[in-house]
Design a protein around this ligand. Structure first.
Ligand code: ME8
Length: 541
């Protein structure tokens, strides 16, 4: 791998300063096509990236979290033509909705890049020129097949039943003068990359798929089009626009200012992880590293491919009329309930089926029953038995020791799972603690202890242990459900910022004044909700 060449202004003192700074973490989502409003499948990926960004921030990293929109290409141009508006007007409208969605969901991205922005356009042209000057680009004629929905080139032999192997839709013949990137020269280097850095592409099954793809023989990649003009003009030949994937992949570095304004780039590149859906792993683990090799820049540390949310056994798509609108769910159940469901229900890397019923059950059982109940009964008991002040007391028995042990060891277990992007298991570790605390109430029967003044010390300790467990839960759930965490902390009378290290100690809530609030999650009438969601769906169609 090539080392970064820092500009001349970079001196030893600056390097030293940087070494003393916080460790950085750069995470990205794919940039979404603004061809339609986003659905729950897109939300899933952004929610995962957001939770990881918040988790790393809480752990003390200097995080950069990027998302955005991929606005050029034939697909967008077609959609704009159908609507009778200019492509720019078309994307402006859809992108406004996407930005609003992330704002509504309180997604914590540090930047939002649109590929139609000047800062991006100019830098993509610079990247193209670097590849050109390297001798990696030549002019020829493209004769092949093109899938517009995927913006992908295919050869006859790659088709499945004559259709696009990725999405199963018909492909069109493309026959035009074009520029090509010498991708074929990078096959061995990519295989070496997977060999030397297996962590670059996880899990192993995805790596093996990519190896097999490369071993079939990589063809040079067509990187310009002339049959439409909604794209970035080639700096050397303005009749051509740059292939939309070359344009889109560059966003991960152009958003950091590469190549002309390298401050952020030097600080955050290479990315720690590109989070992407499984069907675009190929672009990120073949084309993108080859482009970076061509311009002699470092490669991202990791590409992580997640599975799809399926509905009625198939992928959601507007044309099939089977999309789930996240806005409807947020309005009815709140951001945190939706985020919890997405992160808890599905296993990273695997496809999962979305149904309203599974979602509502999770919300009821895990959120209203397990967590909501624990908070409300703990606060009520502290009010009733201890005048609302968390007592300072310890107790030594099997139940108390067990609860304490599970509580203080949860943070490491959550970290371990997050390192593997196992969001569902990270949440499960937190719920093991929540369920243990609920069981503790049943075991200790505080209402019995309260009847015996001689057992006041034990009762006090019981209240302290519950408050402490909840304090730890409020830290652990913060990256996944920050609003719920903050509401819990208000009810527990906890002040100050959430600090990750506080999840390792079993002290800190004594003396706090609890304050009963609204239930964190109201109990849902599942039958009624199912009917209401069905009705809303029919109305939307
Ligand atoms: O591919 N379940 O954009 P895109 C889970 N612009 N994930 C889903 C999904 C579902 N049902 N439907 C879509 C593009 N996604 C390019 C990316 S990046 C340089 C350019 C995910 O809007 C999908 O897997 O078609 C992909 O990762 C992402 O949404 C963007 O899809």
């Amino acid at each position: 791998m090539t080392l970064l060449r820092f500009p001349a202004t970079f001196d030893a003192r600056k390097r030293l300063e940087r070494m003393n700074e916080k460790k950085t973490y750069y995470i990205t989502t794919p940039i979404y096509y603004p061809s339609d409003n986003l659905h729950i499948g897109h939300t899933y990926c952004t929610v995962m990236a957001d939770a990881m960004a918040r988790f790393k921030r809480l752990q003390g990293y200097d995080v950069r979290f990027l998302t955005g929109t991929d606005e050029h290409g034939q697909k967008i141009q077609k959609r704009a033509d159908e609507k009778g508006v200019s492509p720019q007007a078309f994307v402006d409208d859809v992108v406004a909705g996407i930005e609003k969605l992330w704002e509504t969901m309180e997604i914590s991205n540090d930047d939002f890049i649109r590929t139609t922005e000047e800062r991006h356009v100019k830098r993509v042209q610079d990247i193209f020129m670097k590849m050109y000057e390297k001798g990696d680009i030549y002019k020829s004629v493209y004769e092949g097949l093109y899938c517009t929905p995927c913006e992908s080139f295919w050869t006859e032999s790659q088709l499945v039943d004559g259709k696009c192997p990725d999405c199963g839709r018909p492909v069109e013949k493309a026959d035009e003068e074009a520029y090509f990137f010498k991708l074929s020269e990078y096959g061995q280097k990519l295989l070496d990359l997977y060999e030397e850095h297996p962590e670059f592409l996880e899990p192993e099954t995805r790596r093996n798929e990519m190896k097999a793809f490369i071993n079939q023989g990589l063809e040079d990649l067509c990187i310009s089009r002339t049959s439409f003009d909604w794209g970035i003009p080639l700096p050397i030949d303005e009749k051509h626009v740059i292939y939309v994937w070359l344009d889109a992949l560059s966003n991960y570095v152009t958003a950091l200012g590469y190549p002309d304004d390298p401050e952020l780039y030097e600080k955050y590149w290479p990315a720690d992880v590109h989070l992407v859906g499984k069907e675009i792993v190929r672009f990120h683990s073949v084309i993108w590293p080859a482009m970076l090799m061509s311009i002699d820049e470092p490669l991202p540390k990791q590409v992580r491919g997640h599975g799809w949310l399926l509905i009625d056994g198939g992928k959601m798509s507007k044309s099939k009329g089977n999309v789930v609108d996240p806005v409807v769910l947020i309005e009815r159940y709140g951001i945190d309930a939706l985020k919890y469901f997405l992160l808890r229900e599905y296993t990273f890397g695997q496809d999962g089926i979305f149904t309203n019923e599974v979602m509502l059950r999770r919300m009821n059982f895990d959120l209203a029953n397990d967590l909501g109940n624990l908070v409300s009964r703990t606060v009520s008991m502290i009010e009733k038995y201890c005048d609302g002040i968390v007592p300072d007391a310890v107790w030594d028995d099997e139940f108390s020791n067990d609860l304490k042990e599970i509580a203080v060891s949860a943070a490491d277990k959550v970290s371990e799972q997050m390192d593997k992007f196992a969001y569902n298991m990270a949440l499960e570790e937190i719920w093991i603690l929540i369920r243990r605390a609920n069981k503790f109430v049943d075991e200790k029967e505080p209402w019995v202890l309260a009847k015996d003044p001689e057992r006041k010390e034990e009762l006090d300790a019981c209240m302290n242990y519950l408050a402490e467990s909840l304090r730890i839960v409020s830290v652990l759930i913060h990256p996944f459900m920050h609003t719920t965490s903050e509401r819990m902390r208000t009810q527990l009378g906890l002040e100050g910022e959430v600090v990750w290290e506080d999840a390792y100690k079993f002290t800190g809530s004594e003396g706090c004044k609890v304050e009963k609030g609204d239930p964190l999650f109201p109990r849902l009438d599942i039958e009624k909700e199912l009917a209401a969601l069905e009705e809303l769906k029919e109305k939307a169609e």
